[in-house]
Write a protein that binds this ligand. Structure first.
Ligand code: BES
Ligand code: MN
Ligand code: MN
Length: 454
């Protein structure tokens, strides 16, 4: 029996085991879910042992634990380190879900649940692919797994773990399935991730909330001031006006730009899917460039004053916003955070005080397309999808990937099977059954190609 036949013979159980994992609400941002998150780490550990790992452990951190597991075949053979995360984003707003976020159901060929695609579904593909290889005696190299529980909150303890466990994590390549493809008809491999600098700003006007009639018109309203400051962060061309923001950006060569824009992209379908009548972005760049290779500044949240039912006449003491910047090579998240802080503090007029805090950051990465690992992934996808994958640049961030290179000296292959339309971080997140099974089918081919060519 080969791995594909083993998958076919076990496909219902493979699905049921993913659904079990999806029932655990491992929301890393929500401390009320800490026990569930821990329970999820234990479930991942058990799944890895059941799949054929000979050793698995839960590694405690200051935050949520990391699951480490391995199956060493022969020290002379190469070692693949698979990384993923078992934590998920908060499910709210709950009322927009058709079925419960932690009550997974299969509808129209898709698994609906928080984490279905990001990243439990994609982690489980690797667990089940290992089982397929072990059970058919075809695992061609050593495997290590590092599945963390804090990706969605910035992986702040994982860097330390890498530094402290260089020997344990010794490998030849890192394999990650936590990104997306263009479509099932146009399989693709992301060859870059953007970095991130995530900031929170707080504006304080008067020392207490005031009656907006008694004081209004005479005292700076922090919400008004914040709105003006935020509005000034982009210019007419929708470029980011933070001083120095673009200084370190390396522009793509004309050939690279052309290659990027050769990827299939249907602007009309994109707009229709999002229900917008126009797109928005930095002038002079296409949508694929705006999301893949240009840095951006986005408002993630803004609040202050009265937001409850009905009306309350108040001139609030405080106003807040969460602002994140996506970064591209060779921008540095700490430097950008400092530049932003300086810029934002300078924007504030007399009458308000401003406090800027950096919540977390991560560096951008570009992964090579000429290495053995990329070639092994491309060939694996070509085998199972019947088409050569297109290299693309992803807009999302996985901050730890830059540290794999910096701390462990390891390159990464981003062999993701999600789709942009899977609603990750949003209500009704889902993952195609086909994507799940294709992933399980493809991963063993990656191993075979990679080990053969090592
Ligand atoms: N899996 C995503 C990142 C991703 C999604 C990359 C789609 C490429 C395509 C990851 O779980 C994620 O959401 N990362 C966060 C960063 C983190 C520090 C909160 C992100 O990109 O916002
Ligand atoms: Mn993810
Ligand atoms: Mn995510």
């Amino acid at each position: 029996m080969n791995t594909t036949q083993y998958l076919e013979a076990n496909n219902q159980r493979f699905l049921d085991e993913l659904l079990d994992l999806l029932r655990i609400p491992s929301v890393s941002a929500d401390s009320a879910r800490n026990e569930d998150t821990f329970r999820c780490a234990e479930a991942v550990k058990s799944a890895l042992l059941a799949a054929g790992c000979t050793h698995a452990e839960i590694c405690k951190t200051k935050g949520h634990p990391i699951v480490y597991a391995e199956r060493m075949v022969d020290p002379k053979l190469p070692t693949v380190l698979t990384y993923g995360h078992y934590d998920v984003q908060p499910p709210d707003p709950l009322d927009l879900w058709t079925s419960g976020p932690f009550d997974p159901v299969v509808r129209d060929g898709k698994i609906y649940a928080r984490g279905a695609c990001d990243d439990k579904g994609q982690v489980m593909m690797h667990v089940k692919a290992l089982e397929c290889m072990v059970q058919t005696q075809s695992l061609p190299c050593n495997v290590k797994f590092m599945i963390e529980g804090e990706e969605e909150v910035g992986s702040s303890n994982l860097g330390k773990f890498l530094k402290a466990n260089k020997d344990k994590l010794k490998a030849d390549i890192v394999l990650v399935s936590d990104t997306s493809m263009i479509s099932m008809e146009h399989p693709s491999i992301e060859t870059g991730l953007r970095g991130l600098a995530y900031m929170e700003v707080e504006l304080t006007g008067p020392n207490r909330d005031l009656h907006s009639g008694v004081y209004g018109g005479a005292v700076a309203n922090p919400i008004t001031i914040l709105a003006k400051m935020i509005a000034s962060l982009h210019d007419k061309q929708n470029r980011v006006k933070v001083r120095g923001f673009y200084r370190d950006v390396v522009d793509l060569s004309p050939a690279e730009r052309k290659a990027l824009n050769d990827a299939p992209f249907d602007e009309a379908a994109y707009k229709k899917d999002l229900d917008v009548d126009a797109l928005w972005g930095e002038e002079g760049y296409t949508t694929l460039e705006r999301t893949g290779v240009r840095p951006t500044l986005e408002l993630n949240g803004i609040w202050g004053g009265y937001t409850g039912e009905g009306a309350k006449t108040v001139l609030p003491s405080k106003a807040y916003a969460k602002i994140s910047m996506r970064l591209v090579p060779n921008q540095d998240s700490r430097k950008i955070a400092r530049q932003f802080t300086k810029h934002f503090e300078r924007l504030a007029p007399p009458g308000v005080r401003v406090k800027v805090t950096e919540l977390h950051g991560g560096e951008p990465v570009v992964t090579p397309t000429d290495g053995k690992a990329y070639q092994a992934a491309a060939k694996a996808i070509e085998t199972t999808f019947g088409k050569k994958p297109i290299p693309t640049r992803g807009g999302g961030s996985i901050p730890i990937v830059a540290l794999f290179e910096k701390v462990l000296g390891l390159k990464t292959v981003l062999m993701g099977f999600g789709l942009d339309s899977d609603n990750i971080h949003s209500p009704n997140e889902h993952y195609g059954l086909l994507n799940y099974y294709k992933g399980i089918e493809t991963i063993p081919h990656f191993y075979k190609n990679y080990a053969a060519n090592h």
